[in-house]
Write a protein that binds this ligand. Sequence first.
Ligand code: BGC
Ligand code: NOJ
Length: 834
Amino acid sequence: MRFGYFDDENREYVITRPDTPLPWINYLGSEGYYGLISNTAGGYSFYKDARLRRLTRYRYNNAPLDMGGRYIYLRDFETGHYWSPTWMPTRAKLDTYECRHGMGYTLITSSKHGIFAKMRYFVPLGANLEVWDVDLTNNRQTEAAIDLFSAVEFSLWDAWDDSTNFQRNFNTAEVEVPELGKTLNEMSPENNTIFHKTEYRERRNHFAYFSCSEPIIGFDTQRDDFLGPNRGWDDPIVIENGSSTNSVAHGWQPIGSHHLKVNLQPGESKRIIFLLGYHENPKAYKFDPVGSNIINKLDVWPILREFLDPSRVDAAFLELKHHWDSLLGKFMVQTPDVHTNRMVNIWNAYQCMVTFNMSRSASYFESGIGRGMGFRDSNQDLLGFVHIIPERARERILELAATQLSNGGAFHQYQPLTKRGNNDVGSGFNDDPLWLVLGTAAYVKETGDFTILDELVPYENETGTEMPLYEHLQRAMQHTLNNLGPHQLPLIGRADWNDCLNLNCFSDTPGQSFQTTTNQEGKVAESVFIAGQFILACQEMVQLSELHAIDGSDITFSKLPTAFYKEKALQMEDAVWAAGWDGNWFRRAYDAFSEPVGSKLNTEGKIFIEPQGMCVMAGLGVENGKAVQALDAIAEFLATPHGIVLLNPAFTHYYLNLGEISTYPPGYKENASVFCHSNPWIMIAETMIGRGDKAFDYYQRINPSAREAISEVHRCEPYVYAQTIAGKDAPTHGEAKNSWLTGTASWNFVAITQHILGIRPTYKGLSVQPVIPEDWQGFTAQRLFRGVLYNINVERKGKGNLVELFVDRQRIQGSVIPIPPDGTTEVQVLVYLR
Ligand code: BGC
Ligand code: NOJ
């Protein structure tokens, strides 16, 4: 069952009824000011940090689920009937409803009682505010007198404190309110703007404003006066009565609500612009007059005047559209499959940008107060983003590297505002450092910019410890080598990619965090996954060490020879074959007693997905048939119609020696759900043994667009990937959870574009080596790579994956297109597959 449809032409998903199985959301903003917005205008906004600079409130486990947002109420003056044109929060039945989520904007339209309402929400580029562009049309035969009320609930900035520290924060709220009745007929922000300034009197230099473009006849800023005793957002007393109380918040719950009169002749329309924004004043100019507690608004009025002007709003919206056209235009494909086309060209790329910006901080499943930026997460997030804005990927890599420990290890997380490693979560996740090598490699392959390797970067942000990024990578590699276990496999530490495989934790205390609680000293438990990851990273170091000349004169560290990484990769491979191969697939790990995990010797958790993916991606078993064996085992034990589950059989009870993985009921999260992030590894592995049909089949199973038709089962948004889909052992098999912020976005983008379609950046140029389904006759693509546009045309001539490459009509050996001479802007690429 569907709840909408894709409008690919306009790059929108169109939701045709408000009661989707879950709120289906979108993101506004991509620079500093951000918002989450659902299809019924729910959600919240923040400036840069979802925890520390939260503008508006949202309660995650509320009922109804999606309560709190950017609300408009309309009230018929004659009859007193009122409704929300976004359906929530009144849920009064609408005559028509449509929500269009697009690239950085959301447009909700509806009609009721002959009033058509159109609300477009977006954040203009370069601005720290969001626009609500509201347009009302009277489709009645008679004049309509409508009272319009806006409503937002302010958060007291620190979202954690805001939802816990009530004894203090019920006293602190302060606002400044408009002076009513001054110049009713002209647009003047001075008379229409509500300011939220809690704690501005003391150490905060920032405040929020909520303004509108039309004269107002009233306002409210105290929530309980607006709602009335024991009422909710669905039936505020102010709306029922049709008049604001002009309340001024002193403590309690500050809100912003405007009251406007809109009189419309038959057929007449009226446009009203609301602005919700964030502003910081220099400390020295906080107050006006000096010595008062009144906000100095000198710098805000011009911003308000600018964006309250409808023509400026139109221009800003066009700029946003063009911005996304140019970002997404960098990589376009036309394949025989509509789901592939729209995910690659629109939604998957868009999700990669959002994940890059948000890491795991703010979604409808991530509260924005829980986590900082993950070290491994951010390194992987840039894999699918680096071609979109390489300069931002570069910045991120350097930021990540600056949190690295001098022994090569990594803090698991860092804080986006301070850019410092997060001590609460600490370190010891032994896969973390290696992701820095893989992330950096992806950047260099995309851009050819080897200079990043020479950038001086400190350890743990300590001045005086700076070393070239290249040395950071060497130490990351060395970190693995310094931490080998009894089978010469990498020690797992606190955990590897699978945060929940906690082999040194042994937690038996309720409520203890598996992520942070003190672990036993882990000198025994080993990870086969990290072994595969290390070999993959060695392959990058082999190439980086060969291709990157380090100037001998200012060398501050010793550069290890290429042969070193070749040798270490071989040794690790030997260790994997000696202790990591179970007979039919790769083992997952060794626990703290040196017993195998993910082996036929186990009764539960006999086979795991991660080592099959990682080891085959590193090339293990590709030559000797073992990769085929491992991938066939995946097909037999882990593949389901809804994707590939993480392990099998699922754990049915808690294992002290395995940790959090066995806390989840069977089929959920790390305990045998389809943990989507790991599925693309298998797709890539399948392409490595030449099985394009299988790779593409797995791609389709979790592709949200391909699952749109079963939205009542999938339940999450059909336009973005979710972290998990309940596995075959779960009563709700096929149900997705935790949409948007997942490494799946990047990895699936990599799997489909670089391995199935085979358009892959390499150090020496763009390579085209598709492994596509046998019945595809070909496809075309346009790829901007290092400033040159590659027009790629792939045609199937035989059933296999052999590539015959022509560049500007010249036959070229191999699959890598040589870097064209300077000044070239376009290259024609023809590939025959035989
Ligand atoms: C989740 C993991 C996640 C970890 C991060 C665990 O509870 O199951 O998926 O990586 O928390 O803190
Ligand atoms: C989500 C976490 O953000 C990620 O770092 C981890 O790899 C996966 N869960 C698997 O546990």
